[in-house]
Design a protein around this ligand. Structure first.
Ligand SMILES: C[S@@+](CC[C@H](N)C(=O)[O-])C[C@H]1O[C@@H](n2cnc3c(N)ncnc32)[C@H](O)[C@@H]1O
Ligand code: SF4
Length: 463
Protein backbone atom coordinates (compact mmCIF):
# COMPACT_ATOMS: atom_id res chain seq x y z
CA UNK A 1 0.00 0.00 0.00
CA UNK A 2 1.30 3.45 -0.90
CA UNK A 3 1.46 5.65 2.24
CA UNK A 4 -0.59 8.83 2.02
CA UNK A 5 0.70 12.17 3.26
CA UNK A 6 -1.80 14.07 5.41
CA UNK A 7 -0.65 17.38 6.89
CA UNK A 8 -3.46 17.51 9.50
CA UNK A 9 -2.54 14.10 10.83
CA UNK A 10 1.11 15.05 10.98
CA UNK A 11 0.22 18.08 13.10
CA UNK A 12 -1.61 15.80 15.50
CA UNK A 13 0.42 12.60 15.46
CA UNK A 14 3.86 13.58 14.18
CA UNK A 15 5.24 14.35 17.66
CA UNK A 16 7.85 12.50 19.65
CA UNK A 17 7.92 8.75 19.90
CA UNK A 18 10.33 5.89 20.51
CA UNK A 19 11.83 4.27 17.42
CA UNK A 20 11.10 0.85 18.93
CA UNK A 21 14.33 -0.79 17.88
CA UNK A 22 13.59 -2.67 21.09
CA UNK A 23 10.79 -2.97 23.61
CA UNK A 24 11.23 -2.06 26.38
CA UNK A 25 13.33 0.78 24.99
CA UNK A 26 16.84 1.52 26.28
CA UNK A 27 15.34 4.15 28.62
CA UNK A 28 14.07 1.30 30.76
CA UNK A 29 17.50 -0.31 31.15
CA UNK A 30 18.62 -0.42 34.74
CA UNK A 31 22.14 -0.44 36.21
CA UNK A 32 21.09 -3.20 38.60
CA UNK A 33 21.54 -5.46 35.57
CA UNK A 34 25.28 -6.14 35.58
CA UNK A 35 28.02 -8.27 34.02
CA UNK A 36 27.02 -11.27 36.15
CA UNK A 37 23.44 -11.07 34.93
CA UNK A 38 24.63 -10.87 31.31
CA UNK A 39 26.96 -13.83 31.76
CA UNK A 40 24.07 -15.82 33.19
CA UNK A 41 21.87 -14.85 30.22
CA UNK A 42 24.59 -15.89 27.75
CA UNK A 43 24.90 -19.26 29.48
CA UNK A 44 21.15 -19.82 29.51
CA UNK A 45 20.92 -19.00 25.81
CA UNK A 46 22.99 -22.13 25.04
CA UNK A 47 20.69 -24.36 27.04
CA UNK A 48 17.50 -23.78 25.05
CA UNK A 49 16.29 -26.84 23.09
CA UNK A 50 17.28 -25.00 19.91
CA UNK A 51 19.71 -22.18 20.72
CA UNK A 52 19.30 -19.17 18.45
CA UNK A 53 21.84 -18.35 15.77
CA UNK A 54 23.81 -15.17 16.19
CA UNK A 55 23.98 -11.62 14.99
CA UNK A 56 27.03 -9.53 15.89
CA UNK A 57 27.19 -5.76 16.16
CA UNK A 58 30.47 -3.88 16.62
CA UNK A 59 30.41 -0.19 17.50
CA UNK A 60 33.49 1.57 16.17
CA UNK A 61 33.27 4.88 18.01
CA UNK A 62 35.70 7.11 16.10
CA UNK A 63 35.19 9.86 13.52
CA UNK A 64 37.76 12.22 12.03
CA UNK A 65 35.60 15.33 12.46
CA UNK A 66 32.21 16.16 13.97
CA UNK A 67 29.16 16.48 11.73
CA UNK A 68 27.19 19.12 13.61
CA UNK A 69 23.82 17.34 13.34
CA UNK A 70 25.15 14.06 14.69
CA UNK A 71 23.31 12.27 17.48
CA UNK A 72 25.45 9.12 17.42
CA UNK A 73 27.80 8.01 20.19
CA UNK A 74 31.20 8.91 18.77
CA UNK A 75 34.66 10.14 19.67
CA UNK A 76 36.34 12.69 17.40
CA UNK A 77 40.04 12.00 16.94
CA UNK A 78 42.78 12.10 14.35
CA UNK A 79 45.09 9.95 16.42
CA UNK A 80 46.76 7.34 14.19
CA UNK A 81 46.89 4.98 17.19
CA UNK A 82 43.22 5.09 18.19
CA UNK A 83 42.17 2.38 15.74
CA UNK A 84 44.78 -0.18 16.74
CA UNK A 85 44.31 0.47 20.44
CA UNK A 86 40.58 0.01 19.96
CA UNK A 87 41.09 -3.31 18.16
CA UNK A 88 43.27 -4.57 21.00
CA UNK A 89 40.55 -3.70 23.50
CA UNK A 90 37.88 -5.13 21.26
CA UNK A 91 39.76 -8.42 21.14
CA UNK A 92 39.76 -8.44 24.95
CA UNK A 93 36.01 -7.92 24.97
CA UNK A 94 35.39 -10.64 22.38
CA UNK A 95 37.55 -12.97 24.46
CA UNK A 96 35.40 -12.27 27.50
CA UNK A 97 32.18 -13.09 25.63
CA UNK A 98 33.07 -15.89 23.21
CA UNK A 99 33.74 -18.64 25.81
CA UNK A 100 30.15 -18.20 27.01
CA UNK A 101 28.70 -19.11 23.62
CA UNK A 102 28.54 -22.72 22.37
CA UNK A 103 30.68 -23.38 19.28
CA UNK A 104 27.89 -24.79 17.15
CA UNK A 105 25.87 -21.57 17.05
CA UNK A 106 26.25 -19.87 13.69
CA UNK A 107 26.76 -16.21 13.01
CA UNK A 108 24.24 -15.21 10.34
CA UNK A 109 24.66 -11.45 10.44
CA UNK A 110 27.45 -8.99 11.28
CA UNK A 111 27.13 -5.24 11.29
CA UNK A 112 29.85 -2.68 11.86
CA UNK A 113 28.39 0.64 12.96
CA UNK A 114 29.49 3.74 14.74
CA UNK A 115 30.85 6.35 14.70
CA UNK A 116 32.59 5.48 11.53
CA UNK A 117 33.82 1.92 10.95
CA UNK A 118 35.81 3.19 7.95
CA UNK A 119 37.85 5.23 10.43
CA UNK A 120 39.72 1.90 10.55
CA UNK A 121 42.09 1.06 7.70
CA UNK A 122 40.90 -1.81 5.47
CA UNK A 123 43.66 -3.94 6.99
CA UNK A 124 42.30 -3.21 10.45
CA UNK A 125 38.75 -4.03 9.35
CA UNK A 126 40.14 -7.32 8.06
CA UNK A 127 41.81 -7.90 11.42
CA UNK A 128 38.49 -7.23 13.16
CA UNK A 129 36.61 -9.76 11.02
CA UNK A 130 39.40 -12.29 11.50
CA UNK A 131 39.16 -11.80 15.27
CA UNK A 132 35.46 -12.66 15.10
CA UNK A 133 35.92 -15.59 12.73
CA UNK A 134 38.58 -17.07 15.01
CA UNK A 135 36.05 -17.27 17.84
CA UNK A 136 32.67 -17.77 16.19
CA UNK A 137 31.43 -20.01 13.41
CA UNK A 138 30.18 -17.96 10.46
CA UNK A 139 27.38 -19.21 8.22
CA UNK A 140 28.65 -19.35 4.62
CA UNK A 141 25.93 -16.92 3.54
CA UNK A 142 26.24 -14.59 6.54
CA UNK A 143 25.15 -11.02 5.84
CA UNK A 144 28.14 -8.81 6.64
CA UNK A 145 27.58 -5.06 6.52
CA UNK A 146 29.44 -1.88 7.14
CA UNK A 147 28.43 1.74 7.70
CA UNK A 148 30.74 4.00 5.78
CA UNK A 149 31.38 7.70 5.54
CA UNK A 150 32.21 8.47 1.88
CA UNK A 151 35.04 10.73 3.04
CA UNK A 152 36.88 7.84 4.63
CA UNK A 153 36.24 5.06 2.12
CA UNK A 154 38.30 4.78 -1.06
CA UNK A 155 36.79 3.06 -4.12
CA UNK A 156 40.02 1.01 -4.26
CA UNK A 157 39.17 -0.46 -0.82
CA UNK A 158 36.08 -2.25 -2.10
CA UNK A 159 37.71 -5.39 -3.54
CA UNK A 160 39.45 -6.03 -0.23
CA UNK A 161 36.25 -5.44 1.75
CA UNK A 162 34.38 -7.83 -0.51
CA UNK A 163 37.13 -10.44 -0.11
CA UNK A 164 36.89 -10.13 3.69
CA UNK A 165 33.22 -10.99 3.29
CA UNK A 166 31.32 -7.69 3.23
CA UNK A 167 28.18 -7.93 1.13
CA UNK A 168 26.24 -4.93 2.50
CA UNK A 169 27.24 -1.31 2.49
CA UNK A 170 25.51 1.67 4.03
CA UNK A 171 26.73 5.13 3.05
CA UNK A 172 25.96 8.30 4.95
CA UNK A 173 25.15 11.00 2.40
CA UNK A 174 22.62 13.22 4.24
CA UNK A 175 22.53 16.02 1.62
CA UNK A 176 24.56 16.86 -1.50
CA UNK A 177 24.03 20.63 -1.44
CA UNK A 178 27.34 22.44 -0.77
CA UNK A 179 25.75 25.10 1.49
CA UNK A 180 24.02 22.50 3.64
CA UNK A 181 27.19 20.41 3.75
CA UNK A 182 29.21 23.38 4.97
CA UNK A 183 26.56 24.26 7.57
CA UNK A 184 26.82 20.76 9.04
CA UNK A 185 30.60 20.44 8.64
CA UNK A 186 30.44 17.49 6.28
CA UNK A 187 31.60 18.19 2.75
CA UNK A 188 31.79 15.48 0.07
CA UNK A 189 30.70 15.41 -3.54
CA UNK A 190 28.59 13.17 -5.72
CA UNK A 191 31.47 12.12 -7.99
CA UNK A 192 33.28 10.49 -5.10
CA UNK A 193 30.13 8.73 -3.89
CA UNK A 194 29.39 7.55 -7.43
CA UNK A 195 32.82 6.01 -7.76
CA UNK A 196 32.38 4.21 -4.41
CA UNK A 197 29.04 2.90 -5.69
CA UNK A 198 30.57 1.79 -8.97
CA UNK A 199 33.36 -0.05 -7.18
CA UNK A 200 30.94 -1.67 -4.72
CA UNK A 201 28.68 -2.89 -7.52
CA UNK A 202 31.64 -4.13 -9.55
CA UNK A 203 32.79 -6.40 -6.74
CA UNK A 204 29.26 -7.71 -6.15
CA UNK A 205 28.10 -6.01 -2.95
CA UNK A 206 24.46 -7.19 -2.89
CA UNK A 207 22.78 -4.28 -1.25
CA UNK A 208 23.83 -0.66 -0.94
CA UNK A 209 21.94 1.67 1.26
CA UNK A 210 22.20 5.44 1.71
CA UNK A 211 21.21 7.72 4.57
CA UNK A 212 19.58 11.08 3.90
CA UNK A 213 18.40 13.59 6.50
CA UNK A 214 15.65 16.15 6.01
CA UNK A 215 15.40 19.15 8.33
CA UNK A 216 19.08 20.11 8.19
CA UNK A 217 20.16 23.79 8.28
CA UNK A 218 19.79 25.73 5.00
CA UNK A 219 17.85 22.96 3.30
CA UNK A 220 15.33 24.19 0.74
CA UNK A 221 12.77 22.14 -1.14
CA UNK A 222 14.45 22.95 -4.49
CA UNK A 223 17.97 22.02 -3.40
CA UNK A 224 16.89 18.87 -1.55
CA UNK A 225 14.89 17.80 -4.62
CA UNK A 226 18.17 18.07 -6.59
CA UNK A 227 19.91 15.87 -4.00
CA UNK A 228 17.15 13.29 -4.35
CA UNK A 229 17.27 13.43 -8.17
CA UNK A 230 21.04 12.99 -8.18
CA UNK A 231 20.77 10.03 -5.88
CA UNK A 232 18.07 8.40 -7.99
CA UNK A 233 19.71 9.10 -11.33
CA UNK A 234 23.36 8.56 -10.50
CA UNK A 235 23.23 5.94 -7.75
CA UNK A 236 19.83 4.27 -7.50
CA UNK A 237 20.69 2.63 -4.15
CA UNK A 238 18.90 -0.55 -3.13
CA UNK A 239 17.74 1.07 0.09
CA UNK A 240 17.25 4.62 1.26
CA UNK A 241 16.82 5.85 4.83
CA UNK A 242 15.20 9.26 5.00
CA UNK A 243 15.83 10.40 8.56
CA UNK A 244 14.02 13.25 10.20
CA UNK A 245 16.70 15.50 11.69
CA UNK A 246 16.46 15.16 15.47
CA UNK A 247 17.63 18.48 16.90
CA UNK A 248 18.36 17.94 20.59
CA UNK A 249 21.21 20.36 21.38
CA UNK A 250 20.78 19.77 25.13
CA UNK A 251 21.87 16.16 24.51
CA UNK A 252 24.30 16.49 21.60
CA UNK A 253 26.79 19.30 22.05
CA UNK A 254 27.85 19.50 18.41
CA UNK A 255 24.29 20.45 17.50
CA UNK A 256 24.77 23.71 19.41
CA UNK A 257 26.89 24.79 16.44
CA UNK A 258 23.81 24.72 14.24
CA UNK A 259 22.10 28.11 14.20
CA UNK A 260 18.41 27.90 15.04
CA UNK A 261 17.60 30.47 12.34
CA UNK A 262 19.20 28.25 9.68
CA UNK A 263 16.84 25.35 10.37
CA UNK A 264 13.98 24.98 7.88
CA UNK A 265 10.60 26.12 9.18
CA UNK A 266 8.12 23.37 10.08
CA UNK A 267 6.28 24.10 6.80
CA UNK A 268 9.44 23.67 4.72
CA UNK A 269 10.39 20.57 6.69
CA UNK A 270 7.02 19.00 5.96
CA UNK A 271 7.35 19.86 2.28
CA UNK A 272 10.81 18.25 2.24
CA UNK A 273 9.32 15.08 3.61
CA UNK A 274 6.20 15.10 1.42
CA UNK A 275 8.11 15.79 -1.81
CA UNK A 276 10.77 13.18 -1.10
CA UNK A 277 8.20 10.58 -0.10
CA UNK A 278 6.25 10.97 -3.32
CA UNK A 279 9.38 11.15 -5.47
CA UNK A 280 10.80 7.93 -4.01
CA UNK A 281 7.49 6.12 -4.44
CA UNK A 282 7.17 7.36 -8.02
CA UNK A 283 10.72 6.18 -8.67
CA UNK A 284 9.69 2.62 -7.76
CA UNK A 285 10.83 2.41 -4.15
CA UNK A 286 8.63 0.58 -1.68
CA UNK A 287 7.89 2.16 1.67
CA UNK A 288 9.18 -0.32 4.26
CA UNK A 289 8.18 1.56 7.40
CA UNK A 290 9.08 4.68 9.37
CA UNK A 291 11.92 6.21 7.37
CA UNK A 292 12.95 3.28 5.18
CA UNK A 293 12.53 2.66 1.46
CA UNK A 294 13.79 -0.21 -0.71
CA UNK A 295 13.69 -1.28 -4.34
CA UNK A 296 11.22 -4.13 -4.90
CA UNK A 297 13.92 -6.74 -5.60
CA UNK A 298 15.94 -5.92 -2.49
CA UNK A 299 15.83 -8.56 0.29
CA UNK A 300 14.29 -6.12 2.72
CA UNK A 301 11.41 -5.26 0.38
CA UNK A 302 10.84 -8.97 -0.19
CA UNK A 303 10.85 -9.67 3.56
CA UNK A 304 8.45 -6.77 4.03
CA UNK A 305 6.06 -8.18 1.44
CA UNK A 306 6.13 -11.75 2.72
CA UNK A 307 5.81 -10.73 6.39
CA UNK A 308 9.20 -12.03 7.56
CA UNK A 309 10.79 -8.65 8.19
CA UNK A 310 11.71 -7.91 11.81
CA UNK A 311 12.88 -4.95 13.79
CA UNK A 312 16.03 -4.88 15.91
CA UNK A 313 18.69 -2.46 17.10
CA UNK A 314 19.88 -1.95 13.53
CA UNK A 315 16.38 -0.95 12.44
CA UNK A 316 14.43 -3.07 9.96
CA UNK A 317 16.07 -6.40 9.20
CA UNK A 318 15.58 -9.56 7.19
CA UNK A 319 16.92 -11.69 10.04
CA UNK A 320 14.55 -12.52 12.88
CA UNK A 321 15.02 -14.69 15.94
CA UNK A 322 18.78 -14.21 16.33
CA UNK A 323 20.62 -13.58 19.58
CA UNK A 324 22.61 -10.37 19.32
CA UNK A 325 26.14 -10.06 20.68
CA UNK A 326 27.33 -6.46 20.74
CA UNK A 327 30.84 -5.13 21.19
CA UNK A 328 32.31 -1.67 21.67
CA UNK A 329 31.19 1.32 23.74
CA UNK A 330 27.40 1.86 24.03
CA UNK A 331 26.64 -1.30 22.02
CA UNK A 332 23.45 -3.12 23.02
CA UNK A 333 23.15 -6.90 22.93
CA UNK A 334 20.14 -9.15 23.37
CA UNK A 335 19.93 -12.84 24.12
CA UNK A 336 16.49 -14.27 24.68
CA UNK A 337 14.74 -11.90 27.04
CA UNK A 338 17.89 -10.20 28.35
CA UNK A 339 19.23 -6.88 27.06
CA UNK A 340 22.63 -5.49 28.01
CA UNK A 341 24.23 -2.19 27.10
CA UNK A 342 27.96 -1.53 27.33
CA UNK A 343 29.36 1.60 28.95
CA UNK A 344 28.79 4.54 26.63
CA UNK A 345 32.10 6.23 27.33
CA UNK A 346 35.26 4.88 25.70
CA UNK A 347 37.36 5.18 28.93
CA UNK A 348 34.81 3.24 31.03
CA UNK A 349 34.49 0.55 28.39
CA UNK A 350 38.29 0.31 28.08
CA UNK A 351 38.82 0.14 31.84
CA UNK A 352 36.46 -2.82 32.16
CA UNK A 353 37.78 -4.89 29.28
CA UNK A 354 41.38 -4.26 30.36
CA UNK A 355 40.49 -5.45 33.86
CA UNK A 356 38.93 -8.59 32.38
CA UNK A 357 35.36 -7.54 33.16
CA UNK A 358 32.41 -7.60 30.77
CA UNK A 359 31.85 -3.85 30.20
CA UNK A 360 28.10 -3.90 30.98
CA UNK A 361 26.60 -0.63 32.23
CA UNK A 362 22.92 -1.51 32.35
CA UNK A 363 20.26 -3.80 30.98
CA UNK A 364 17.11 -5.65 31.83
CA UNK A 365 15.36 -8.98 31.65
CA UNK A 366 11.99 -8.82 29.95
CA UNK A 367 8.91 -10.06 31.75
CA UNK A 368 6.30 -12.12 29.91
CA UNK A 369 4.23 -8.95 29.61
CA UNK A 370 7.21 -7.13 28.06
CA UNK A 371 7.77 -9.93 25.58
CA UNK A 372 4.13 -10.00 24.53
CA UNK A 373 4.05 -6.21 24.08
CA UNK A 374 7.36 -6.38 22.22
CA UNK A 375 5.85 -8.81 19.74
CA UNK A 376 2.75 -6.68 19.23
CA UNK A 377 4.86 -3.53 18.79
CA UNK A 378 7.26 -5.23 16.38
CA UNK A 379 4.33 -6.57 14.36
CA UNK A 380 2.87 -3.06 14.12
CA UNK A 381 6.22 -1.54 13.15
CA UNK A 382 6.88 -4.20 10.50
CA UNK A 383 3.47 -4.93 9.01
CA UNK A 384 1.13 -2.18 10.20
CA UNK A 385 -1.38 -4.88 11.02
CA UNK A 386 -2.33 -6.97 14.07
CA UNK A 387 -4.50 -10.09 14.12
CA UNK A 388 -5.42 -11.09 17.66
CA UNK A 389 -5.52 -14.81 16.87
CA UNK A 390 -1.82 -14.78 15.91
CA UNK A 391 -0.97 -13.82 19.48
CA UNK A 392 -3.64 -15.89 21.20
CA UNK A 393 -2.10 -18.99 19.61
CA UNK A 394 1.22 -18.43 21.38
CA UNK A 395 0.14 -16.90 24.65
CA UNK A 396 -2.79 -18.19 26.64
CA UNK A 397 -4.80 -15.01 26.87
CA UNK A 398 -7.63 -13.09 25.28
CA UNK A 399 -6.11 -10.22 23.33
CA UNK A 400 -9.17 -7.96 23.64
CA UNK A 401 -9.37 -8.39 27.39
CA UNK A 402 -5.65 -8.16 28.13
CA UNK A 403 -5.11 -5.14 25.93
CA UNK A 404 -8.45 -3.43 26.62
CA UNK A 405 -6.62 -0.22 27.67
CA UNK A 406 -4.40 -0.20 24.60
CA UNK A 407 -7.32 -0.84 22.27
CA UNK A 408 -9.21 2.00 23.94
CA UNK A 409 -6.19 4.25 23.29
CA UNK A 410 -6.49 3.32 19.61
CA UNK A 411 -10.08 4.58 19.30
CA UNK A 412 -9.08 8.20 18.54
CA UNK A 413 -6.65 6.88 15.91
CA UNK A 414 -9.53 5.02 14.32
CA UNK A 415 -11.68 8.16 14.42
CA UNK A 416 -8.86 10.11 12.78
CA UNK A 417 -8.39 7.53 10.05
CA UNK A 418 -4.92 6.24 10.99
CA UNK A 419 -6.08 2.70 11.56
CA UNK A 420 -9.22 0.69 10.96
CA UNK A 421 -10.73 -2.23 12.79
CA UNK A 422 -10.83 -5.41 10.76
CA UNK A 423 -12.23 -8.78 11.70
CA UNK A 424 -10.23 -9.89 14.74
CA UNK A 425 -7.70 -7.09 14.63
CA UNK A 426 -6.73 -3.69 13.24
CA UNK A 427 -4.54 -2.34 10.47
CA UNK A 428 -2.99 0.93 9.46
CA UNK A 429 -4.64 2.87 6.65
CA UNK A 430 -2.59 4.43 3.86
CA UNK A 431 -2.41 7.63 5.91
CA UNK A 432 -1.61 5.72 9.10
CA UNK A 433 1.41 3.91 7.62
CA UNK A 434 3.47 7.02 8.33
CA UNK A 435 2.55 6.88 12.03
CA UNK A 436 3.29 3.29 13.01
CA UNK A 437 5.20 4.56 16.04
CA UNK A 438 2.09 6.39 17.26
CA UNK A 439 0.05 3.19 16.86
CA UNK A 440 2.72 1.13 18.65
CA UNK A 441 2.84 3.63 21.51
CA UNK A 442 -0.65 2.56 22.57
CA UNK A 443 0.90 -0.77 23.63
CA UNK A 444 3.89 0.71 25.46
CA UNK A 445 3.36 0.24 29.20
CA UNK A 446 6.30 2.50 30.12
CA UNK A 447 5.31 5.76 28.47
CA UNK A 448 4.62 8.76 30.66
CA UNK A 449 0.95 9.28 31.44
CA UNK A 450 -0.74 11.18 28.61
CA UNK A 451 -0.49 14.94 28.97
CA UNK A 452 2.79 14.94 30.87
CA UNK A 453 5.11 16.49 28.34
CA UNK A 454 7.32 18.27 30.86
CA UNK A 455 11.07 17.85 30.80
CA UNK A 456 13.49 17.77 27.89
CA UNK A 457 12.80 15.75 24.74
CA UNK A 458 13.71 12.10 25.02
CA UNK A 459 12.58 10.81 21.65
CA UNK A 460 12.89 12.01 18.10
CA UNK A 461 9.82 13.31 16.25
CA UNK A 462 7.83 10.79 14.25
CA UNK A 463 7.64 13.24 11.33
C1 LIG B 1 26.62 6.32 12.50
S1 LIG B 1 26.05 7.32 11.25
C2 LIG B 1 26.55 6.59 9.69
C3 LIG B 1 27.96 6.20 9.43
C4 LIG B 1 29.01 7.25 9.20
N1 LIG B 1 29.48 7.73 10.47
C5 LIG B 1 28.57 8.40 8.36
O1 LIG B 1 28.31 9.44 8.92
O2 LIG B 1 28.51 8.27 7.15
C6 LIG B 1 24.37 6.85 11.16
C7 LIG B 1 23.37 7.77 10.51
O3 LIG B 1 22.56 8.39 11.50
C8 LIG B 1 21.94 9.53 10.94
N2 LIG B 1 21.93 10.59 11.96
C9 LIG B 1 22.94 10.96 12.75
N3 LIG B 1 22.54 11.97 13.56
C10 LIG B 1 21.23 12.22 13.28
C11 LIG B 1 20.27 13.13 13.78
N4 LIG B 1 20.55 14.00 14.76
N5 LIG B 1 19.03 13.10 13.26
C12 LIG B 1 18.71 12.23 12.30
N6 LIG B 1 19.59 11.34 11.77
C13 LIG B 1 20.84 11.34 12.26
C14 LIG B 1 22.76 9.91 9.72
O4 LIG B 1 21.97 9.77 8.57
C15 LIG B 1 23.91 8.94 9.73
O5 LIG B 1 24.29 8.55 8.44
S1 SF4 C 1 27.38 11.41 11.11
FE1 SF4 C 1 28.86 9.76 11.03
S2 SF4 C 1 30.81 10.77 10.54
FE2 SF4 C 1 29.45 12.35 11.18
S3 SF4 C 1 29.93 12.61 13.37
FE3 SF4 C 1 28.16 11.22 13.20
S4 SF4 C 1 28.99 9.20 13.22
FE4 SF4 C 1 30.68 10.63 12.77
Amino acid sequence: MRPRFDADLIARYGGEGPRYTSYPTALQFDDAFDARAWKRALGESNRLPIPADLSIYVHVPFCFSPCFYCGCNRVITRSPFAGQEFLNDLEREIDLVAPNIDDDREVRQVHLGGGTPTFLQPMQIEQLIRMLKARFRFASDAEIGLEADPRSLEPEDLPQLRRIGFNRLSLGIQDLDPDVQRAVNRVHDLARIASIFGAARAVGIDSISVDLIYGLPLQTTEAFARTVEDILNELRPDRISLFNYAHMPHRFKAQQRIKGEDLPTPTVKLALFRNTLSRLLDAGYEFIGMDHFALPDDDLARAHRDGTMTRNFQGYSTHGGLDLLAFGPSAIGQVGDAFAQNHRGLPDWQADVRAGRLPIARGLVRTTDDRLRAEVISTIMCTGEVRYADFEQHYEFRFRRYFADALARLEPLVDDGLIEWVEDGFRATAAGLLFLRAVAMAFDAYLQPAGDSSGPRRFSRII
